[in-house]
Design a protein around this ligand. Structure first.
Ligand SMILES: NC(=O)c1ccc[n+]([C@@H]2O[C@H](COP(=O)([O-])OP(=O)(O)OC[C@H]3O[C@@H](n4cnc5c(N)ncnc54)[C@H](O)[C@@H]3O)[C@@H](O)[C@H]2O)c1
Length: 331
């Protein structure tokens, strides 16, 4: 019989790629997602229930009908800037609802969870690359939300026997356009889709901060292909199946690229010019965020295999052109 994985937020960007991989590997995938971005999700390889992930009626139905092997929890509000303006909403959706859900899991005696955490738990870097022991001093409510949940997972593991893995993603990027999968955030705040859309629509791309301590003055980030993140979830699941100790792991490549280097690479991949405009720094943006992923390599046997910058940008560009075609067909 197929093992059943419940994926919260599985119709989102990273959750959908992971759900696809799970189903390809023979798992049965049940998704609960309320389609916050009004995104298109129409895939035969998962059952989608459109609902809030704390809807008790839905949860009772799912947990009673299926023998859930493990939960993957991607569902969250993700816009860092918005979290500064609306912390109450972010604490409610990302923390309070997660605690409610964990309590439900405990009641139903489902004990395994893989949680989408973030490099935002670290705050400003003291040392680059950052390993998991780097001090945690998140600078946004979003980063604090992730850290609070990580603490709760630890406490639930100690007290109630929860088994968890927290995966701290750096910048998720790229797509699987052949599977009709890619980023569909609304609003979009991530650099690669914003850059590619600016190229496609001949719009101006804003660079925030050109006076950072980096080779060209723009900030440095670590871009990890969404397929590598999906793979890490499979390895984390196998790790928990073998009774691996609950833990957290960084998912990044260890290579940082500046915004300017990303612009140059995007122009090369698309063969088109990107119009840019310099703006002052934004509050809360760190100079550099780069992962030390040696712990994930050593314990989970994970390594980034699809995160060459060229491949990331090519797949993201193919996806951007594809969704443009969808939209034209819909008109
Ligand atoms: N994208 C990144 O670079 C990145 C980096 C670090 C961490 N993360 C984390 O990874 C996870 C997935 O990120 P993503 O980029 O795929 O985001 P996403 O917005 O594409 O996916 C999240 C999904 O969760 C759903 N959702 C949110 N709240 C819900 C609720 N209360 N009930 C039901 N569904 C709900 C949304 O509809 C959405 O489809 C998030 O937890 C995010 O914080 C993302």
């Amino acid at each position: 019989m197929k093992k059943v994985i419940l994926v919260l937020g599985g119709a989102g960007y990273i959750g959908s790629h992971t759900s696809y991989l799970l189903s390809k590997l023979g798992y049965e995938v049940i998704i609960i997602d309320k389609l916050l971005h009004s995104q298109t999700f129409n895939h035969p390889w998962a059952k989608l229930i459109k609902a809030d992930f704390t809807n008790e009626e839905v949860l009772n139905f799912v947990f009673d009908k299926f023998e859930i092997e493990a939960v993957m929890h991607f569902a969250a509000f993700i816009e860092v800037g918005e979290s500064v303006k609306r912390p109450a909403d972010f604490y409610e959706n990302n923390v309070v609802k997660t605690l409610k859900f964990l309590n439900f899991m405990m009641k139903k005696k489902v004990k395994k969870i893989i949680f989408s955490s973030s490099c935002a738990v670290y705050g400003d870097p003291i040392k680059i690359p950052m390993d998991e022991n780097h001090p945690k001093d998140p600078v946004s409510p979003y980063g604090k939300n992730k850290l609070v949940v990580e603490y709760a997972l630890q406490d639930y593991a100690d007290a109630y026997g929860l088994q968890y893995v927290s995966l701290r993603y750096f910048n998720a990027s790229g797509a699987l356009p052949d599977q009709n999968l890619g980023e569909q955030h609304n609003p979009e705040t991530h650099i690669i889709p914003l850059m590619l859309r600016a190229i496609k629509n001949k719009k101006t791309f804003k660079i925030f901060g050109t006076d950072y301590d980096s080779v060209d003055g723009t900030c440095v980030r670590d871009y990890i292909h969404v397929l590598d993140i999906a793979n890490a979830h499979i390895l984390a699941l196998q790790y928990l199946d073998k009774n691996g100790k609950s833990d957290c792991f960084n998912l990044g490549t260890g290579n940082g690229f500046t915004v300017q280097q990303m612009i140059n690479a995007a122009q090369k991949v698309t063969g088109q010019k990107l119009i840019t405009q310099n703006h002052p720094r934004r509050a809360g943006d760190s100079t550099a965020l780069v992962a030390d992923y040696s712990k994930a390599k050593k314990i989970l046997g994970w390594e980034p295999k699809n995160s060459d910058l060229d491949f990331i940008l090519k797949t993201a560009w193919a996806w951007e052109r594809k969704i443009q075609n969808f939209k034209q067909e819909e008109l």
